[in-house]
Design a protein around this ligand. Sequence first.
Ligand code: DUC
Ligand code: ZN
Ligand code: ZN
Ligand code: ZN
Length: 486
Amino acid sequence: MTTVVKGGTLVTADRSYEADILIEGEKIAAIGADLKGDKVVDASGAYVIPGGIDPHTHLEMPFMGTTTAETFESGTAAAASGGTTMIVDFVLPGPDGSLVNALRDWHRKADGRICIDVGWHVAVTGWNETIWREMAEVVKLGVNTFKHFMAYKGALMVEDDEMYASFSRCAELGALPLVHAENGDIIAELQKKFMAQGKTGPEGHAHSRPPEVEGEATNRAIMIADAAGVPLYVVHVSCEEAHEAIRRARQKGMRVWGEPLVQHLTLDEGEYFDKDWDHAARRVMSPPFRDRKHQDSLWAGLAAGSLQVVATDHCAFTTAQKRMGLKGFPSIPNGTGGLEDRLAVLWTRGVETGRLTPEEFVAVTSTNIARILNIYPRKGALVPGADADIVVWDPKLKKTIRAADQLSIIDYNVFEGVEVTAQARHTISRGTVVWSHGQNTRPSAGHGIYIPRPAFPAASKALSVWKELNSPRFIHRDPQNIPSGV
Ligand code: DUC
Ligand code: ZN
Ligand code: ZN
Ligand code: ZN
């Protein structure tokens, strides 16, 4: 059984050109003029792009006293309808602290339920011999990225010594550390201060996480990565201070990548002020939305190449869950959705406005992250031999975003009322059309598979001599010595 995607303009990270794509089974078999197949997918008048990859989602994740409401089934169906054919979801260790058990748990939640392909990042939320050993097992199981939280003090936050030890272990294993870069100590102080002053509403969330806390942590993480001799990927870069740190590091030759979210690019801090409680709380996420100056910095970074990837950090809670924080903003579950709308909003606000070229759009939604995560060109590319993850992207298909119309099971949408000028006409995942616009079909659960990612061939050589002298295998912590609450 063969399929031809016919009559469209292919857009890759490099160039745009007219061609058909022949699909055989799950793979792209050929690209060229006038190709023939058993079945035709009409791409006339449309662009044909590599399926979107959203490298930052939190589906069915226990967090802040509840669990994200978006399921693997609803989340991946929503993603497919928006032109995304792969997500990479964050695995958090449970109470037993085991990375391997957590990974098994995430497979159990996703297997047989996902509509598109998935990969995993695994979070390192402390440090001991078991974690050191399990990191190697995790890499063997196809995960080449480890996430570190510098915020969420008393829960997920790692200290600098733990981060240095884990980053060094990543270097040994050919894995890439990721950071959530916000200074958790300062945030905890500011939260206490605003609560004591009676500033308990969602606007307190934004005030307690100013750009300085993100800039400081980003700089610190970059320096620690350099000391450990490992590249670094900074998730949800939301402000100029963090972007500046990344830009500077890259100029010095360090391998540091930055990931803004479509929400930070398009929604500003006004969403928290002079709004009703539900409106503001639904938009509480960390880092918070920023002002125009920061948005302009992020857009400039995408165009200039100092920021490489646009994700969503899809971490979606219902309004009822958000109301857990009615008594005080520190208890509002942090997170917003976006994986269904990422491509359409980025196209409308980025390509339609001239901020990004169509090729840059493909780079930041698919190709760059495939390269960074070591799954290129299986993913992120339109070349023979690649997985046939293809989106027929219709630049004339307008809509107004409405929660009432979405496949996501959340009862609101942070982009409610936003008019988008383009959408997926068809989404093809490994050769199967999983979504077609206007056909009232749901992507089928069970189509998606797990995509293992090999370790990187060699860690960065930066500071290698220094690194050999300072390679901490274990940091033995005396539980009696850890201050309470840390
Ligand atoms: N930020 C969020 O808003 N939610 C999940 C975790 C995070 O870092
Ligand atoms: Zn985060
Ligand atoms: Zn996240
Ligand atoms: Zn700690």
